[in-house]
Design a protein around this ligand. Sequence first.
Ligand SMILES: NC(=O)c1ccc[n+]([C@@H]2O[C@H](COP(=O)([O-])OP(=O)(O)OC[C@H]3O[C@@H](n4cnc5c(N)ncnc54)[C@H](OP(=O)(O)O)[C@@H]3O)[C@@H](O)[C@H]2O)c1
Length: 287
Amino acid sequence: MRTPDRRIVLGLHRSRHERRQLIAALDLGITGIDTAFNYHRFTSHTSLANVGRGLLDRFTISTKVGFFPGHDQAEHSLAPASLLEALEQTNRDLGRAPDLVFLHNPERSLREAAPDLARDTLAQACAAMEEAKVRGLCRAWGASAWHPSPLLHAIDPTVPKPAVLMIRCGLFVGFHALKDAASLAERWSDHTTQLWGMSPFGGNANNPVWSRFDARVFLRNWPDHLTQMQAAFRTAFHLPHVNTVAVGTDDPTHLRDLVDVLSCEVDEQAVVQYRNLLHHKAQPQPA
Ligand SMILES: NC(=O)c1ccc[n+]([C@@H]2O[C@H](COP(=O)([O-])OP(=O)(O)OC[C@H]3O[C@@H](n4cnc5c(N)ncnc54)[C@H](OP(=O)(O)O)[C@@H]3O)[C@@H](O)[C@H]2O)c1
């Protein structure tokens, strides 16, 4: 068993929720799992408690609340009562308190709200998360945002700061998304807030783009056998700069590849040049 490495969190968004996946993670020193109230058709917590019997205490568990069962599809809400109820159920289903709970894509309930209402809604949701922490329903809370832009105007300086901010990372994140993520981190973090990245392959490692582009250009001294996905994963820690990345895989060989590439060094200069290229491309071009 390897020494625990907190830089990788095993994300369960697309996972089959199998015990062998949890055992493989522990063997590789991965002790963080990230799930959500709505993952696995709203059964992720009970499935995890079931397949992870006897193992779960060895993991740090993060989860998310914000999506609730609806008629045809999941509905989003930041209503404090709904968030707290979901957290009570999460505790029952997991059989323990999660270590971290994210507000799940809070922007979904804010994007069409007037600025005052958006500020109020976010403030009340954060107050509910603080209450959850005091009641022992979670050890800490954070916020996970896919499109940070609608959140930017809802953050009042008096709103409490999340312990962790989770944002998209990797080579599929464009200039505007990187800029919004930086603005979000500037407005809604303090010196204790950690920045996590998510979805380093944009959710699809089979995208044909990966065979047309060599992500190894972002690494220094990479070994011959290094795969394209390994290089893209290592680079994702720098686009934007994040401490930890939540990545999904059901394949223990893939997971080992991800752990192995952590020891490779990223060429910061190549990343800066790439960011400059994104910046240039985002500027209005002369007709
Ligand atoms: N709004 C949110 O809060 C939000 C949204 C999206 C994601 N997330 C978090 O981020 C986690 C990861 O996101 P994601 O699952 O959408 O996308 P992802 O991690 O970008 O991509 C997952 C895909 O990559 C493949 N893969 C992983 N490692 C590989 C490797 N070494 N070689 C080849 N293929 C590899 C996996 O296939 P195999 O199974 O075949 O390896 C899987 O299909 C989620 O589980 C969740 O925790 C959060």
